[in-house]
Write a protein that binds this ligand. Structure first.
Ligand SMILES: [Zn+2]
Length: 323
């Protein structure tokens, strides 16, 4: 099994020290406590802890873009792009073909004309991934900023036509298979005009569910199983003794490595006025004023970190006494 080094970063996250001591802090406003001086892996794909924090910040940026568009008299259109996938597909291959298809969707003079016609200003793309009965299901939710004159239903015809030929050229769709093509035409493109920030973010949550608790709860319901689960759900199954789920998580972590979860087309962040920060920068940014309650020396920390219960207990104490 291939095991890239970066996975190990997640295994070390909030565990391995990067300073000479570990600080215990409590936020002044919310009273919530946290440690400093520990490594942050900042991997949104494999670390539920870092994903939650980065995601929270990215949501605010998306909301800012939607606000900006409204102020400019522009329209946000939500475009969901999927393609046929089967249980025997390898995730790495699907992701490669998907990125080819996404590139082809937006190349050449027809796309330039499409942009002009629709007053297109840019897009935000969220790459999502679930695993269900038909195997891996990578898909994208995109927010396109276009003119107020655009009719999303009319636009859908063009997008479906282009997405169909892009997927066929990328090897994701067999144009000779009438049943597959019919299913593709019915489901592969979903478009909603005049979309709000909460429409878009809810769609992301639907297929992502960063909260591990929510994910586990969802995976245990019928609906959760039918809709497919987020890869974090695999970790829970592995913990319960499901070896196959462990292997699937590794396949996922290797295939998704280096992919951008949230992509903004060039120039859009500048228009909206959002700083272009990496996931690591966002993760390490302290957003609220906090008091340092105490420092643990490394020997103490090594004892504490042996037990997740002790790690949590100290933060609970800090929250009740320090906030
Ligand atoms: Zn992490």
């Amino acid at each position: 099994m291939l095991y890239p080094h970066d996975f190990h970063r997640t295994a070390k996250c909030k565990h391995v020290t990067v300073a000479g001591s570990v600080g215990v802090h409590a936020s002044r406003e919310h009273g919530s406590a946290f440690y400093s001086g520990l490594m942050n892996c900042s991997n949104v794909w494999t670390c539920a802890v870092c994903a939650a924090k980065v995601q929270e910040r990215r949501r605010l940026e998306v909301a800012q873009a939607v606000e900006w568009a409204a102020a400019e008299g522009l329209q946000c259109v939500m475009v969901t792009l999927t393609f046929p996938h089967y249980v025997w597909h390898k995730l790495a291959e699907l992701l490669e073909q998907q990125s080819v298809a996404l590139e082809k969707l937006r190349e050449g003079s027809p796309w330039t004309k499409f942009k002009e016609r629709n007053g297109y200003r840019g897009l935000i793309r969220s790459l999502e991934l679930t695993l269900g009965g038909h195997g891996w299901h990578p898909h994208t939710h995109e927010l396109w900023v276009v003119g107020s004159h655009v009719d999303a239903e009319v636009m859908k015809e063009t997008v479906l036509r282009r997405w169909k030929s892009s997927c066929a050229r990328a090897g994701l769709l067999d144009l000779g298979d009438a049943a597959q093509v019919a299913a593709f035409e019915a489901h592969a493109v979903d478009i909603k005009g005049w979309c709000t920030a909460s429409d878009y973010l809810a769609k992301q949550d639907d297929s992502r569910n960063w909260g591990v608790d929510a994910e586990i709860a969802k995976a245990s319901t019928k609906q959760g199983r039918a809709k497919g689960k987020h890869p974090f759900g695999l970790l829970k199954l592995y913990q319960e003794g499901d070896q196959k789920a462990g292997g699937q998580f590794l396949e996922y972590a290797a295939a998704i490595h280096g992919k951008r979860q949230l992509y903004w087309s060039p120039g859009l962040k500048d228009l909206v006025g959002v700083n272009d920060l990496t996931d690591k920068e966002v993760n390490e940014e302290e957003r609220e004023a906090a008091d340092l309650l105490g420092l643990l020396d490394l020997a103490d920390w090594w004892l504490i970190r042996k037990s997740p219960r002790h790690k949590a207990k100290i933060l609970n104490l800090a929250e009740s006494n320090g906030g």
